[in-house]
Design a protein around this ligand. Structure first.
Ligand code: PRT
Ligand code: ZN
Length: 223
């Protein structure tokens, strides 16, 4: 991998985390030249550029060294850490960022009188998070089928393709609309600053240290 002297941050191109992530970086004193719908934004004042991508690609881009940092949901980062191949560099959560809060939960049909994990034994659970769900099932010694779905997970019970779901919940409105109710919380999530386990020791490392200091200042003021 060619060495770079500018810090490169991967963030979501278009979605729930885009606006708040840009706002946070702006409050850290960073300004960028290109419009945010472009793939790449060049940092004007500081040597910090942005790569705008799908959120699911962010951990891989950091692990491959294409980007130094990423702003991504803890749900996506944790899933990557559980499912990525060993050949990829391990990542770490450098800072929680306080926006994009949600939880990864198991939800069951409203009419089911849920009273514990063992009730999921032998059932099929639809999810886009096989790593996190699999880990939870192992921890609770539950043998359940994991039905992998990339989207529209909440309609699986109605379609008869699963008995329960494991998906992100925020207000709970989507669950109610699909006659489901939250039974177990697997992960409390929010946007985080992700980076490699070992940080670069060149100019990028100095810039990263400065950025972390500014971030801490901004986050502290918000709290
Ligand atoms: O295109 P790209 O792949 O980048 O975007 P995406 O569609 O995968 O992601 P996006 O923008 O929907 O979400 C990005 C991140 O926001 C997620 O990875 C979470 O970390 C965070 N986040 C916070 C949420 C929610 N809240 C949320 N409510 N992500 C998704 N949802 C969905 C959830 O999947 C469910 O369908 O909203 C529905 C539930 O919401 P409530 O309010 O009805 O409970
Ligand atoms: Zn995504």
């Amino acid at each position: 991998m060619k060495t770079r002297d500018r810090l490169r941050i991967a963030m979501q191109k278009s979605g729930r985390l885009t606006e708040p992530a840009l706002e946070l970086l702006t409050r850290c004193g960073l300004t960028f030249r290109q419009s945010r719908d472009k793939l790449f934004c060049f940092g004007e004042g500081e040597p910090v550029d942005l790569l705008l991508v799908r959120d699911d690609d962010i951990p891989g881009l950091i692990a491959q060294g294409v980007c130094d940092l990423g702003i991504v949901g803890r749900n996506v980062l944790s899933e990557f850490q559980l499912t990525a191949g060993r050949e990829l560099a391990p990542l770490s959560e450098l800072r929680p960022l306080g926006f994009g809060r949600c939880r990864l939960s198991i939800a069951v049909p409203q009419e089911l009188d849920y009273h514990g994990p063992q009730q999921l034994e032998g059932r099929r659970i639809a999810t886009s998070y096989p790593g996190l769900l699999g880990e939870w099932l192992r921890t609770h010694a539950v043998n359940a089928g994991v039905v992998m779905l990339a989207g529209s997970v909440e309609i699986a019970p109605k379609l008869g393709t699963a008995d329960a779901i494991c998906d992100l919940v925020q207000s709970g409105g989507t669950l109610v609309a699909n006659q489901l109710r939250e039974a177990e919380v697997l992960l409390e999530s929010e946007a985080v600053l992700a980076g490699p386990l070992t940080l670069p020791v060149d100019e990028r490392g100095d810039m990263l240290e400065l950025l972390l200091k500014r971030l801490d200042g901004v986050i502290q003021v918000r709290e």
